[in-house]
Design a protein around this ligand. Structure first.
Ligand SMILES: Cc1cc2nc3c(=O)[nH]c(=O)nc-3n(C[C@H](O)[C@H](O)[C@H](O)COP(=O)(O)OP(=O)(O)OC[C@H]3O[C@@H](n4cnc5c(N)ncnc54)[C@H](O)[C@@H]3O)c2cc1C
Length: 566
């Protein structure tokens, strides 16, 4: 099925694939709005984000309360005990919980974006849907692909699932960084079936042989129930296999596809909150006789935060509505994740700068000395992992480029200029998108003729073209979104497009004039120990141990840290 993002890479600008946007607008259906109101009331009245940050743990009663209002079953169809609400309602719910505390967003997203409901809905048999979906309405699920030796490259998987009697499988392996792993009742486990390949299974967390060996602690996302899960001789019935043997990666990728807008939504929420803080603070903080917001250097940061917050919201709202309407949003979701995680990080960094010394201080410390506790340093810490998990920025650039390269050259045909009359002053930006996507396609063709089969290895060249396309996508949805919102939205879209066009020009500038060859050569020298002398005079505070753990097989030697929340 053709998609706006896919067509962009082919050099064809197809606004008809984005506009009109399925309504109602800007609100959602009455059931969604009622649920979101309940969720807002719950988060405002019953959840203390500062307490979660202090204790590094979400209180059980908060998890139970979220279950009661249906926050774990937003998209599960009603016939299976879910709320049956659209994906966009789930994305907006993430914004509510995430701005209460980020660990709540991860709790809900790990369950609903990549956890059990999605794979079962997409690949489960009728029987599996009847068995698991009603359970997913109250029980928590997790998804495990990563192992100590596999990160972005899933083909190094060591966990095995060996077929046994009566179609059962015996699973052995160790999975790392399993979000929700500490609390999960049900875990989607990716394991290798000999000769068939990667396969997806549902494992009951209370099965004999399942042990949560370690609860992770991270730079941010305090309260995340993320752990190392060991599977030792865990017997799983055939009825718990999702999809065919050897189709695990397909299951994982499809589930990721539908879940991939979760992070952009979290990023949009972060940017919107940043805008609120930047606005309020920059008015009251006076330095050199003026509110800091009136100093040009700060004003530029406020403008960047506002324009980017608008674009991120546009990405979520427009892509989310098209996804709910059954459109193919695979490429769009990848571009969205890449763009949103990078830009939200920059937004948080700029906000921290605007807050000055207070940006570096924890909210608890500021509150203790009698000031408003504004968790900006927490925002920065919590957002950082967004550029790493769910497909790292580098990996995503590679995936997107690989898909773009699949578009046969002959298909890169100039299209008729699109009709853009009803975009008013924003039409000029869309014309820019139209011209620039053709330019991108021409550069891809040029890269093909220059590097031939070696082109996929030119990660920096392709990465810049991917980043340009992500900017083009963000510009396009911003213009479309502006039409559906208040009149002032045009100014936000216009500002975003101007800023984005400058970034596009910089990326094009570095396409052929860059230090790529020097960087490759220098990095080769670094890895060959040529510059070790430069490391003299420092100490390395790392704790001794192997770079990559190689957990011995066999039964667990650790206490089981699994915790069940009723
Ligand atoms: C807080 C947290 C929660 C997580 N939750 C889950 C979860 O619920 N389930 C789960 O299965 N996993 C989870 N993960 C794992 C996460 O998905 C991985 O960290 C991620 O896939 C990256 O893998 P890695 O850390 O091993 O990095 P690596 O793959 O080792 O990458 C290291 C660096 O090399 C770069 N790199 C790797 N390959 C390439 C390449 N081909 N080209 C260019 N650059 C490359 C990467 O971008 C990165 O910068 C979680 C991780 C964290 C930190």
């Amino acid at each position: 099925m053709e998609s706006f993002g896919g067509e962009l890479f082919g050099g064809r600008f197809r606004p008809d694939l984005l506009d009109p946007v399925p309504g109602p607008f800007p609100g959602l259906d009455a059931d969604s709005e009622a649920f979101l109101a309940r969720l807002r009331d719950f988060c405002t009245g019953k959840v203390d984000g500062a307490l979660i940050e202090r204790d590094g743990r979400i209180p059980d009663e908060v998890i139970a309360g979220l279950k009661d209002i249906g926050a774990f079953r937003i998209k599960i169809p009603r016939e299976y005990g879910g709320l049956g609400l659209p994906g966009l309602c789930y994305l907006r719910a993430l914004q509510v919980v995430n701005t209460t505390h980020s660990a709540l967003g991860e709790l809900l997203a790990a369950h609903q974006a990549i956890g059990l409901p999605q794979p079962v809905l997409l690949f489960g048999t009728d029987e599996q849907k009847r068995e698991f979906l009603p359970r997913c309405a109250r029980e928590i699920s997790a998804f495990t692909l990563t192992e100590p030796d596999i990160g972005n490259d899933p083909f190094r998987m060591r966990t095995t699932a060996v077929p046994g009697p009566a179609g059962s499988y015996t699973l052995n392996g160790v999975k790392s960084w399993v979000t929700n792993g500490v609390l999960a009742d049900l875990i989607v486990v990716m394991a290798m079936v000999p000769e068939a390949g990667m396969t997806a299974f549902v494992v009951e967390a209370r099965s004999p042989g399942v042990t949560v060996e370690h609860r992770g602690e991270f730079l941010g996302l305090r309260g995340l129930e993320n752990g190392v899960v060991r599977l030792h001789d865990v017997v799983v019935p055939a009825s718990h296999r999702i999809g065919d043997e050897g189709k695990g990666l397909e299951v994982a990728l499809a589930a990721q596809d539908t879940g991939r807008l979760s992070l952009p939504s979290v990023c949009a929420a972060a940017a919107k909150w940043s805008l609120k803080i930047a606005r309020e603070w920059s008015r009251v903080r006076v330095q050199w006789d003026r509110p800091i917001g009136e100093h040009e250097a700060v004003a530029a940061k406020i403008s960047f935060i506002a324009a980017t917050a608008f674009a991120l919201e546009a990405i979520v709202e427009i892509t989310g509505r098209h996804a709910d309407n059954g459109a193919n949003t695979h490429m769009e979701a990848e571009l969205a994740k890449l763009f949103a995680s990078e830009k939200a990080w920059q937004v948080a960094d700029e906000l921290l700068q605007i807050r000055g010394g207070r940006g570096f201080e924890t909210a608890a410390s500021a509150a203790a000395r009698g000031e408003r506790g504004v968790p900006v340093e927490q925002l920065l810490r919590d957002l950082r992992v967004g550029r790493i998990f769910d497909g790292s920025t580098e990996a995503l650039r590679g995936f997107i480029a690989a898909e773009a390269l699949e578009v046969p050259e002959s298909a890169v045909a100039p299209a008729e200029p699109a009709a853009l009359d009803d975009f008013g002053p924003l039409a000029a930006h869309l014309r820019f998108v139209e011209r620039t996507c053709r330019n991108v396609a021409q550069h891809v063709a040029h890269g093909r003729s220059r590097w031939a089969d070696d082109l996929p290895q030119r990660q920096l060249f392709l990465g810049r073209l991917v980043d340009i396309t992500a900017e083009l996508y963000a510009m396009s949805v911003s213009c479309v979104y502006a039409k559906t919102r208040a009149e002032t939205a045009v100014a936000l879209a216009d500002a975003f497009c101007h800023q984005s066009r400058l970034r596009v020009a910089e990326l094009f500038g570095r396409l052929w004039a860059n230090t790529d060859d020097h960087d490759r050569a220098l990095s080769t020298g670094v890895l060959a120990d040529r510059y070790r002398w430069l490391e003299e005079g420092i100490l390395d505070p790392s704790i001794e141990g192997p770079w990559i753990a190689d957990p011995p097989p066999g039964p667990s030697q650790h206490e089981n840290l699994h915790r069940r929340v009723a």
